[in-house]
Write a protein that binds this ligand. Structure first.
Ligand code: SAH
Length: 563
């Protein structure tokens, strides 16, 4: 079953009221509205079909407020592929009908009932087993897993022919089901964590009540260890390992392969000892060599066992527009528990859910912010540090790495640190102008806050002499008023007056402007701290584009044009 928060997708403002009511039932769900038509949505999309298909492929439960037929036709191409099948529901714009369409095993009927209850209507449930028994036997609640789906389907059809059934083990959620129970029945629903294949007339459901602690030494074959202990691998709730093993990749691979969470706890002495300390409920714990197994009386919620390996992602938002943000960054923001950054950028990365903590700081507190990010990550939180553009270009990635380099704290080094790229302002500006950086170019920050002005002059002089196209970040600010003028004097010693210059201001943001001028015409008062300055090389050309403005490009060749 998918763990993603649902997406509520609407086409027009008429659906917003119903969408908001559904959102009250799923506070973590975001409302996706068609750009230009639904101003008050939490997210805006450009294209309905592509958005719906993308959400589906990401295994996101989808609640669409439009005709069921539109949803079916839109998702049809994906249905023949084997893969994820999240719950998909069509809800009438006015909230008068709730139709579960797909994702029977992902809990679509449960969602349909919940939404219908919120909207005070009856859900359109059509699944026969569900109607007869009041529950989907093949979709046990969290904390339990189904043995075999195909066998389960045969079992349910046998039940539907009118056979009776007995329940072996503890299955509290079946108390409310309308099952034809009989202690002598041939068919049995069996709920326990014993190893071994199911009998011919059994529906096996496994409580996830087993935790395996991996001790010192070589990684064991986990399936084999469980098998030898007489336990079904389907009952494994999570793997637990020592804090000091956090960065051990084979552990992460093993957990990934078994599709269970990997948690960490402080470890000293016997694995059975620290495992017992970490499992906070009645459980039988036994040692297996260096390792240990706990079998709890109740299903175990992995979230209650030890803690997660913290993650720290330094992400680039791109210049601003949502469609220029890379999907990996979007996904990271969606799962973050904590978001740190300069307030303007944190706001740009939002909106956030109520459970996501925002830590906004001033732009100049980079090292402090980097250290704060590690402190949060070592607590097992999923931390995102936000930069505009690319995080590695005059932004937070280097500050975060510097903080880590300076630290001798093993916990900081154990954090799962990722740098996720973004479209940098120079590239976003260049793309709008054409291809001014189409050949060799040099990227510089004109800020002398963190480097001496003399080194900036030297680099400018050499780069200009080398006939590189130039991209200036941080070209000017109130506290650095004269530097740009001086920089241009140096460039002018090497470039002609007609050298093309591109000024991009607030590119990819509301009110963006793009201006093409020449080195001769360029004055510092045309530039501010939200501007990107691109200066051409001796080969950069300009020609008019139909509809106004110019194209600027630097050819791929140098010297003479190749044949
Ligand atoms: N990491 C960022 C750069 C940070 S330095 C990136 O990769 O884009 C800040 C400078 O970047 C600003 O002074 C400005 O020169 C430039 N800049 C950032 N965003 C911009 C935008 N949307 N339009 C134009 N210039 C931008």
């Amino acid at each position: 079953m998918t763990a993603n928060a649902p997406a509520i997708v609407i086409l027009g403002p008429g659906s917003l009221a119903t969408a908001r009511r559904i959102q009250q039932r799923y506070p973590e769900a975001l409302i996706h509205g068609l750009a230009g038509r639904v101003v008050d949505a939490d997210r805006h999309y450009q294209e309905f079909g592509a958005t719906l298909r993308e959400l589906y492929q990401q295994d996101t439960p989808i609640i669409v407020l439009c005709a069921a037929g539109i949803v079916i036709r839109t998702l049809a191409p994906l249905l023949l592929e084997k893969g994820v099948e999240p719950p998909v529901l069509a809800v009438a714009e006015d909230g008068s009908a709730v139709v579960p369409l797909l994702g029977g095993l992902g809990g679509v009927n449960v969602m349909a009932r919940d939404i219908a209850q919120t909207l005070q209507v009856a859900p359109a449930i059509t699944t026969s087993g569900e109607l007869r028994f009041g529950t989907c036997l093949l979709n046990p609640p969290s904390g339990y897993s189904l043995g075999d789906l195909e066998q389960g389907k045969r079992f349910v059809s046998d039940l539907l022919t009118g056979e009776s059934v007995r329940i072996e083990g503890v299955a509290p959620w079946l108390d409310q089901a309308r099952l034809p129970e009989d202690a002598q029945a041939r068919l049995a629903i069996r709920v326990d964590s014993a190893a071994g294949a199911p009998g011919a007339h059994e529906l096996r459901i496994y409580p996830r009540n087993v935790v395996l602690a991996v001790g010192a030494g070589a990684l064991p074959n986990i399936e084999q260890v469980l098998q030898e202990a007489g336990l079904a691998v389907q009952s494994l709730a999570c793997l637990l390992a020592a804090d000091s093993d956090m960065a051990r990749s084979e552990l992460h691979d093993a957990a990934f392969k078994l599709n269970v969470p990997l948690r960490f706890a402080p470890a000293s002495g016997d694995a059975s000892q620290w495992l017992a300390d970490a499992v906070d409920q009645p459980a039988a714990v036994r040692a297996v060599g260096d390792h240990a197994i706990a079998v709890a009386e109740q299903p175990v919620d992995p979230q209650d066992i030890g803690r997660l390996r913290g993650r720290l992602a330094v992400i680039g938002l791109g210049p601003g527009a949502a469609e220029l943000m890379v999907p990996a960054v979007r996904a990271e923001l969606d799962r973050a528990t904590d978001v740190l950054g300069y307030e303007t950028y944190v706001r740009m990365a939002g909106p956030f859910r109520a459970d996501q903590v925002q830590h906004c700081t001033d732009n100049r507190e980079e090292m402090q912010r980097a250290r704060h990010a590690f402190e949060l990550a070592v607590q097992g939180r999923l931390v995102v540090v936000v930069s505009s553009g690319d995080p590695g270009v005059f932004a937070m990635a280097a500050a975060v790495l510097e903080a880590l380099h300076e630290s001798t704290d093993a916990q900081w080094h154990n954090v799962d640190l990722q740098i996720l790229p973004g479209v940098s302002a120079s590239l976003a500006t260049a793309a709008q102008a054409g291809a001014p950086l189409g050949h060799d170019f040099c990227v510089m920050s004109l800020s002398d806050n963190l480097k001496p002005w003399s080194i900036i002059e030297k680099r400018l002089d050499l780069a200009a002499e080398a006939d590189l196209a130039l991209a200036f970040y941080n070209p000017i600010s109130r506290s650095r008023p004269w530097q740009l003028g001086r920089a241009l004097e140096i460039v002018r010693q090497h470039r002609t007056a007609q050298t093309p210059v591109v000024l991009g201001r607030d590119i990819g943001r509301p009110g963006q402007t793009l201006r093409v001028t020449t080195l001769e015409q360029l004055t510092p008062d045309q530039v501010d701290m939200r501007t990107m300055v691109l200066i051409g090389s001796s080969t950069t050309c300009v020609f008019p584009r139909v509809g106004g403005g110019d194209w600027v490009y630097t050819p791929r060749w140098y010297g003479s044009k190749p044949l």
